[in-house]
Design a protein around this ligand. Structure first.
Ligand SMILES: NC(=O)c1ccc[n+]([C@@H]2O[C@H](COP(=O)([O-])OP(=O)(O)OC[C@H]3O[C@@H](n4cnc5c(N)ncnc54)[C@H](OP(=O)(O)O)[C@@H]3O)[C@@H](O)[C@H]2O)c1
Length: 254
């Protein structure tokens, strides 16, 4: 389990082990807002020779403007660029794992959001658009699916629903009474994880679904595919984002 905060990660691991005592979960330090941290985390993981599921779940929302170590706007840099590099560095291991597995067993799952709808395109010369990162999560999964399908790897993106989680903490204007009400309207983190788990592990997801976008389990039927926005369905934009992201990571030696 990769995370940037060791105390939080260890508490989560302890919680998992209290429920599933035999679970083998280890902490790998990784800050997605720094390419060198992503690389170090991958190096720390790579004594393992197999990886069946990569769940690109970490995300930030409504942060004040700042930049990642490599100078990307913090949301785009963390939510898209960090996961783009992470996926790229793990791809050889995912591909070699897939060789020994049934098609569709190995998966890459990007956690996007309904917020992807709020952006009509990605403006490559100004990465300050907070919603562009969630659109990028869908486009990344789409472009990646074309490249890894031949290896029997499923790639998809999803909207987990509206969840009462730490994500909302930075939202300006949210008052304490509003937050108390929200807690009762939003999904719990446990239920919020259902779609992630469905896409990562369900045998109902097959190679035919690769590249698709899923809506929350239980909201519109169990993990049924749903059409994302026009921009998120744009193959040309997905390819442009892929090429642009490759060029950007290459500038930093990856
Ligand atoms: N909550 C919602 O309503 C909602 C709706 C749509 C989509 N989503 C998506 O669901 C995913 C999970 O979010 P959540 O709701 O569970 O929010 P959360 O409780 O804030 O969890 C986000 C996680 O991402 C981690 N993270 C943030 N920046 C990171 C970085 N630079 N490096 C490594 N890890 C980093 C956070 O670590 P720390 O604990 O150290 O901060 C935290 O563990 C996100 O992709 C989010 O966009 C959530």
């Amino acid at each position: 389990m990769a995370a940037r905060s060791e105390p939080k990660a260890l508490a989560a691991i302890q919680d998992i082990k209290s429920k599933v005592p035999n679970a083998k979960v280890e902490f790998i330090e990784m800050d997605l807002s720094s390419f060198s941290s992503v690389k170090k985390g991958v190096d720390d993981f790579l004594w393992e020779t197999k990886l069946h599921v990569l769940l690109n779940n970490a995300g930030v929302f409504c942060l004040p403007y700042s930049k990642t170590a490599e100078g990307f706007e913090i949301q785009f840099g963390t939510n898209h660029m960090g996961h783009f590099l992470l996926t790229k560095l793990l791809l050889p291991t995912l591909i070699s794992t897939a060789k020994a597995c049934d098609p569709g067993t190995v998966r890459i799952v990007n956690v996007s959001s309904l917020a992807h709808n709020r952006t009509e395109t990605i403006t490559f010369d100004d990465m300050h658009d907070e919603n562009g990162s969630k659109l990028a999560n869908i486009l990344h999964a789409k472009a990646l699916s074309k490249r890894v399908k031949e290896h029997g790897i499923i790639t998809m993106s999803l909207n987990p629903g509206i969840i009462h989680s730490g994500l909302w903490e930075n939202m300006s204007g949210i008052t304490s009474p509003m937050w108390e009400i929200a807690k009762y309207c939003f999904t719990t983190p446990e239920v919020g994880a259902y779609t992630n788990i469905f896409c990562s592990a369900s045998p109902k997801v097959t190679m035919e679904d690769t590249g698709d976008y899923y809506v929350p389990v239980g909201v519109k039927g169990a993990g049924k595919m749903h059409k994302p926005s026009v921009a998120a369905s744009d193959d040309e934009l997905a390819e442009k984002l892929w090429e642009w992201s490759e060029t950007e990571v290459a500038k930093h030696g990856y």
